[in-house]
Design a protein around this ligand. Structure first.
Ligand SMILES: Cc1ncc(COP(=O)(O)O)c(C=O)c1O
Length: 366
């Protein structure tokens, strides 16, 4: 059996909701499902408002636009993340400053941020990586003290908690992705949550081509078309309603993987902080060294198991080699070289999970 890395968990409920949107004749963001999704998403995440967006990358761009971050400004980001986090900073003409991750969480913490803070830093984008949240309470306190914005990139860890705080509720604004391999999906899709209603209004205007809120077809600023369609919202709404079930199934799978794999000499599991209430996105392991990691990828691929090496550090990618960075990015480089995501989807059959485990074990001759 071929086992993909990810697979969307969509069923009769999503299909029905999609057809309802289709039959309503409202395909665009003016539809009922879109309105319902925005209201429900804010409620479920725990903020005063949410905006439905075309995808997570656009959501990041809108937050930076809404905060007025632009040329001459700097934004601290991790280097171990999906490239969209840094690209969004470039879109507004600001400069990303790369900080190292903490070994205990694979996320930024206040110490790592402090190592790169300098004049001109306006914001930090914290990424809750591979299902594990960053230490939000500590980072929020730090940002308050330094008078810089905290933005949360929640694409990979929706509905997790850190130090007693819910992700997506702590930053001035937080972004989500509903890409097909994510915990909740609408194919492509995204959202922003925030408690700052003025900021929400501003981001909404940027999302909706810049049109004036009170004067139709008057455009006082240059905006974008970053809207989610009613069809995407119809699917996302059902996924949101199923979120507990979807996350529970991912947790069950991750318990199975942990039980089966944690004793193998040569691999270690993703660390989970005591204060974290995590939920797996792509189950993640570290292999002893990069050569072994790459041989393992090939070995399990020959047995039909798709895996994915961790993100390549962004500070090493051609558009970013000259960017400002921490002197020491050793955790980023080490984790990136040795990290591996293995198949993780909520509707994964038990025998597929067993096949993944036995493919990995056979590499280690177990
Ligand atoms: C951390 C992170 N940020 C941003 C994004 C961008 O989201 P999207 O693919 O919906 O544009 C992703 C995922 O794809 C991501 O993993």
């Amino acid at each position: 059996m071929k086992i993909p890395l990810a697979n969307p968990d969509l069923g009769a409920l999503e299909r029905r909701s999609l057809l309802e949107a289709f039959d309503s004749g409202w395909l665009t963001s003016f539809g009922e499902k879109h309105r319902e999704f925005e209201a429900s998403f804010a409620k479920e995440v725990g903020t005063s408002a949410s905006l439905a967006i075309g995808n997570g990358t656009q959501a990041l761009h809108l937050v930076l636009l809404g905060l007025g971050i632009g040329p001459g400004d700097k934004v601290v980001v991790p280097s171990l993340t999906y490239v969209a986090t840094a690209n969004a900073v470039k879109y507004v003409g600001a400069e990303p400053v790369f900080a190292d991750i903490a070994a205990e969480t694979w996320c930024l913490d206040e110490e790592k941020i402090d190592k790169v803070i300098s004049h001109g830093v306006k914001a930090v984008i914290v990424v809750h990586l591979y299902g594990h949240p960053a230490p939000l309470r500590d980072i929020a306190e730090y940002c308050k003290k330094k008078k810089i914005y905290l933005i949360e990139d929640v694409a990979e860890a929706p509905f997790t908690e850190a130090q007693g705080l819910k992700v997506g509720t702590v930053g001035v604004a937080s972004t989500f992705s509903f890409y097909a391999n994510k915990v909740l999906t609408s194919g492509e899709g995204g959202a922003i949550t925030s408690n700052d209603l003025e900021l929400v209004e501003s981001m909404k205007q940027f999302r909706d081509q810049g049109m004036d809120r009170t004067r139709r077809y008057f455009f006082p600023i240059i905006g974008y078309n970053y809207r989610m369609t009613n069809l995407q919202a119809a699917i996302a709404l059902v996924q949101l309603g199923r979120r507990k079930e979807l996350i529970e199934k991912r947790l069950e799978l991750s318990h199975f993987y942990r039980d089966e794999l944690s004793g193998i000499k040569g691999i270690t599991m993703q660390p989970i902080a005591k204060w974290a209430n995590w939920s797996p996105w792509l189950f993640s392991i570290l292999v002893d060294n990069d050569i072994k990691r790459d041989s393992l990828i090939e070995h399990v691929a020959n047995q039909g198991v798709e895996t994915r090496p961790f993100f390549i550090p962004i500070h090493t990618l051609p558009p970013y080699v000259k960017a400002k960075k921490a002197r020491d990015l050793s955790n980023t480089v080490d984790v990136s070289k040795r990290g591996l995501n293995i198949p993780t989807w909520s509707n994964m059959p038990n025998d597929a999970a067993r096949q993944v485990v036995s493919a990995i074990k056979s590499f280690f001759r177990i």
